[in-house]
Design a protein around this ligand. Structure first.
Ligand SMILES: Nc1ncnc2c1ncn2[C@@H]1O[C@H](COP(=O)(O)OP(=O)(O)OP(=O)(O)O)[C@@H](O)[C@H]1O
Ligand SMILES: [Mg+2]
Length: 148
């Protein structure tokens, strides 16, 4: 596993994205535990990049979770099936899980248009519980802009 030696002398794990060019730029991958904001114009491949990141993690045995806010998970899954990097067994094995954010909103009784700060806390707690329950190592929320 890629690692970086910090000034303190401790080493820091890198989370290999599986996208070679990105891993090279990032010196071996994303520092483990970091949150990354993927930005870009419409249709530039943000969702696909995040899927590939999750699939790579799932292939390495990590539990991976994709929370989709605006596009239905069924549609997203159908979109990635043709890609070479995708393996359907990862979904059957539960290594790669897709959840529609509107389902979470409905379960929490949240209106999608506007949240109060208390509701944001409720949402964050719910997401945190899901991550704990599924023992998620890689989480993608697509997109955080839509949640905001
Ligand atoms: N690496 C790639 N190779 C080939 N096609 C790609 C690649 N990445 C994305 N695409 C294609 O480009 C299109 C847009 O990709 P994607 O949905 O990932 O973009 P996006 O940035 O998430 O778009 P949006 O801003 O609408 O959410 C899709 O048809 C996808 O299959
Ligand atoms: Mg997208």
């Amino acid at each position: 596993m890629a690692e970086e030696v910090l000034a303190s002398g401790r080493s820091r794990d890198r989370c290999i994205t599986g996208i070679d060019a990105l891993d090279n730029i990032l010196d071996g991958g994303i520092p483990r535990g970091n949150t990354v904001l993927v930005t870009g114009s419409v249709g530039t491949g943000k969702t696909t990049l995040c899927m590939e990141f999750l699939v790579h993690g799932a292939l390495e045995g990590e539990n991976c979770l994709f929370i989709s806010v605006t596009e239905s998970c069924d549609k997203l899954m159908n979109n990635i099936i043709p890609y070479e990097f995708f393996e359907e067994r990862l979904i059957k094995e539960g290594r790669l899980v897709f959840i529609d954010m509107p389902v979470i909103y409905a379960q929490l009784g949240l209106e999608e248009l506007e949240f109060e700060m208390e509701e944001v806390d409720v949402l964050i707690d719910a997401l945190s519980d899901i991550v704990t329950e599924l023992q998620t190592k890689r989480l993608v929320i697509d997109s955080i802009t839509s949640v905001c």
